[in-house]
Write a protein that binds this ligand. Sequence first.
Ligand code: HEC
Ligand code: HEC
Length: 308
Amino acid sequence: MSDHEENRETDAHSGTETTGHEWDGIKELDTPLPRWWLYTFYACVVIGVIYMVFLPAIPALPGMANGANDHTRGLSNNSERANVALAMADLEASRASGFERLRGASIDTIEDDPDLLGFVRAAGDAAFGNNCSTCHGSGAQGFVGYPNLNDDVWLWGGTYDDIRTTIRFGIRAEHDDTRFSQMPSFGRDGMLTRSQIGDVTDYILSLSGHEAAADAIERGGVTYASQCASCHMPDASGDRSQGAPNLTDQDWLYGGTREQIVATIYRGPYGVMPAWEDRLGDTTIDALAAYVYLLGGGESAPDSPVGQ
Ligand code: HEC
Ligand code: HEC
């Protein structure tokens, strides 16, 4: 017991006992800690001990296998790093099984299997965002020269197989199997005069209901039959085997004003779509082809029981 113990007294003002310490007449009150504080403190100590026993707690004890990077494991042997690795492995496994089931599946199988359909939508959406949206737009809506992939207008065909082939080998791309065709540069290479191009434009526009002078349409029709029908077909409905667009619909890849059409015929369009075979795996291409098909414009294959 120390000296000041005998100086303890009850403080007249607060009614609390003093500790006996006194500095120049200022006395220290011995106020007890509030109960709630004390019990919270004890609870923290108990939780701390339990935590140390069960969970990783004490780092870098001497003699640990990984030296300064190591720590006690705790009875639960929990490790966030291991948990992340496990979660990644799970994700890989579920993706692998999705891709595995996609391999060789027909589009009908995909459409009838909700799990596979969900997988295609998720995997296709991610791959499209990373590789395709720069040219085709984030909603695949397309831009001038870059086709809209949501509609049912197809240059090269809209079955699952057609789309897959387009993505794999590209169009006018650097690949031996690329889809290829080339419309001549009628104006630039002097194959047609300005007025012949004007007439054939009037003829084409008349096919989708636009007005033009009858004699221009007639002259244009003659030029069309000799210069254009071999690719765009005599009725101008297009030819998918060479990616020649239908010229009778209202859908224009390179723009549908008279000036735009004249410019297209003058220079000869040459749209390039890269080949993806070497950049994306077969299974990613399958997922993308199914994704594009399911955007809305996909066509059933001719021998498909669904038909269209
Ligand atoms: C560098 C620009 C570019 C990128 C990137 C690109 N495309 Fe294309 N794509 C085009 C062009 C241009 C065409 C039209 C080519 C033509 O005029 O025949 C096209 C055509 C297509 C077609 C054929 C449409 C039809 O009507 O037949 C499909 C399908 C297609 N792209 C899918 C994709 C997918 C899927 C990706 C991503 C893996 C992709 N594209 C990435 C430029 C691109
Ligand atoms: C050798 C085949 C071939 C011939 C001949 C040809 N075209 Fe084309 N034409 C194409 C192809 C292929 C495309 C699409 C090119 C592309 O997508 O880049 C095209 C595209 C067009 C387009 C753009 C359509 C759009 O949607 O924007 C017009 C217009 C057109 N052709 C008109 C003509 C006219 C008029 C002639 C005759 C004077 C002609 N073509 C002759 C193959 C041909």
